[in-house]
Design a protein around this ligand. Structure first.
Ligand code: ADP
Length: 535
């Protein structure tokens, strides 16, 4: 009996130890879990990208997260926070505002407000703050818990976008109402031929304005997607400057301005993104022309020095235009910002150019500085450190290897475009210039026709249905070779930048690339090209 009892109590003891051990294990697990949870919560609290703080009923800060602490320091509010009230930290107007909302929260309300804080340098920041009552375990309100997020940038973007829309509505309405009115007059057919022509010109220029607007919108979309990555290649700054001069000469001439180009003799061949640099400079030059009524535009490229495979280059673009007030100089790089919005003033634009300049400069590692005096003119100074090379750059022109093989033939021309309106414009202009025109609206039909018909030359839209313009050309060139045909001049018309499609067109065997819209100028260029190779 006793032995069995002792066995029983032994068993009990073991059981007891087991139970205690199990309990200890459970407890440890709980403690570990608890610690883990606290660690996670603490991590979340400290690292949330928002300022989190809590105060007691008297408004004394009991705690704040790291983000709040860092943010306050960055904004210049460096006084001690814990154990103090808003009145110890902020100017009285700000503290009063905070206390007011705290009191509402202590009365049991949840509050979400936009709080404006004026910094010591006068800059205003906007915070979206949510405050809720802080309860203890028994649900008594013992203070306030707040979360604040800096929404200044979003607010600014919102305002800028509204401003952009306002400008755009204005810039859309003006040419559109013009077109509508003039078209109506034409429709009535009461006008003389002379007047009719004049209306045609006015509609044309209104159309150009709409195109410019569309380009601006495309630019915005482009930057939003940050579409094109940086493409580094060797190139010659002198050649780039000459290309820019050629591009702006018509505008300089029309506005009767003077353009002065000054280039350092020792400019090296540099390595950078040629197209991006060209866009930057063209934007600044276009502004210089736009905002100058009289006088001159200067482009000056200086080599400051060569060091460790890097060339320090300074590019100066100055004008004698309307200038920019000191207070606006920093703002002109903001998106959609314009000193004079279009619904108020004579200068057109969408406030995107310089925003793009700054964004693109960041990609190229360049710096920009602006000096300006109202009424006297502006000077944009750019600094770069470009790697340089002694290798000769590739010529960045469409390959025209087929030049010498081209013989202009008599016969109709073939035009392919899938947009009926665009096709109508091209066809009409060509007919007016004395051409017989065959039109096709899809790629396959073009290829079929080219194999059957004899045409003088072909103008293809790249984005044709069924078979892309470049693909049509590629397949035709193959057929042309196999059948020993003479070289047929094939041109493309594109809505993209020439540089974007050059490679594709060269590979397909296209002779020349033109950008939309198709105008009489395009016909002149085609004829010039054909005549050159007729001789
Ligand atoms: P926009 O399309 O309006 O020209 P930008 O971003 O290129 O847009 O320029 C922003 C604003 O900066 C312009 O609207 C203009 O007020 C001012 N600005 C830019 N360049 C010049 C300049 N060369 N002279 C005077 N003002 C300029």
């Amino acid at each position: 009996m006793s032995s069995s009892k002792s066995a029983y109590s032994d068993l009990n003891r073991y059981e007891l130890i087991n139970i205690i051990e199990n309990q200890q294990l459970e407890l440890k697990k709980l403690k570990d879990g608890y610690e883990e949870k606290i660690h996670s919560l603490n991590f979340i609290l400290q690292n949330l990208p928002a300022s989190i703080y809590w105060k007691n009923r008297e408004g004394i800060y009991l705690g704040q997260n790291d983000y709040a602490k860092k943010n306050m320091h960055a904004l210049g509010f460096t006084k001690k926070v814990l154990g103090h009230t808003d009145y110890d930290i902020f100017p009285i107007e700000i503290a009063d505002g905070f206390r007011e909302s705290d009191l509402a929260v202590l009365a049991g309300h949840n509050l979400t407000t936009e709080e404006i804080i004026t910094l010591f340098d006068g800059k205003k920041l906007i915070f979206l703050s949510t405050k809720i009552p802080l309860p203890d375990k028994s649900k008594n309100i013992i203070g306030i818990l707040g979360i604040s997020i800096d929404i200044t940038k979003q607010k600014q973007a919102h305002i800028a976008k509204q401003e952009f829309m306002k400008n755009m509505a204005h810039d859309l309405r003006t040419p559109l109402t013009g077109i509508q009115g003039l078209a109506q007059l034409q429709e009535m057919g009461l006008e003389s031929l002379e007047k009719s022509k004049e209306y045609g010109q006015m509609i044309h220029s209104a159309g150009n304005e709409l195109l410019a607007l569309l380009n601006a919108v495309i630019q915005v979309i482009d930057t939003e997607h940050m579409a094109d990555p940086v493409k580094i290649e060797p190139f010659n700054l002198t050649e780039l400057a000459n290309e820019l001069q050629a591009l702006i000469t018509p505008a300089i001439y029309t506005k009767r301005l003077q353009f002065k180009l000054k280039l350092d003799e020792n400019l090296p061949i540099i390595l950078s993104d040629r197209i991006k640099l060209k866009r930057i400079l063209l934007n600044i030059l276009s502004n210089a022309i736009k905002f100058t009524k009289k006088g001159e535009i200067n482009l000056n490229i200086k080599l400051i020095g060569l060091k460790n495979k890097f060339a320090t280059i300074e590019i100066n673009i100055s004008d004698t235009g309307i200038g920019i007030a000191e207070k606006n100089i920093d703002k002109i790089f903001e998106r959609f910002y314009r000193v004079n919005p279009s619904y108020l003033a004579e200068y057109k634009g969408y406030g995107i150019g310089l925003y793009l300049v700054k964004e693109t400069l960041n990609l190229l590692g360049g710096k920009i500085q602006v000096k300006s005096e109202e009424g006297k003119g502006s000077c944009f100074i750019l600094h770069f450190n470009f790697p340089f090379t002694h290798k000769k750059p590739n010529k960045n022109k469409p390959s025209l290897a087929s030049y010498s093989k081209i013989k202009k033939k008599i016969g109709p021309v073939l035009v392919a475009e899938d947009n009926a309106l665009a096709l109508h414009v091209v066809e009409s202009l060509l007919k007016r210039a004395g051409y017989k025109v065959i039109v096709k609206m899809n790629g396959k039909a073009v290829l079929e026709a080219l194999k059957k018909l004899r045409v003088a030359w072909v103008l293809l839209d790249i984005g044709l249905p069924e078979l892309k313009g470049t693909e049509v050309c590629k397949q035709y060139r193959q057929w042309e070779k196999e059948n020993n045909r003479p070289h047929l001049p094939i041109f493309v018309l594109t809505g993209h930048e020439v540089e974007e499609v050059t490679k594709e067109c060269n590979e397909a065997g296209i002779d020349l690339i033109f950008t939309k819209p198709f105008t009489n100028e395009t016909i002149n260029e085609i004829e010039l090209f054909l005549n050159k190779f007729d001789q």
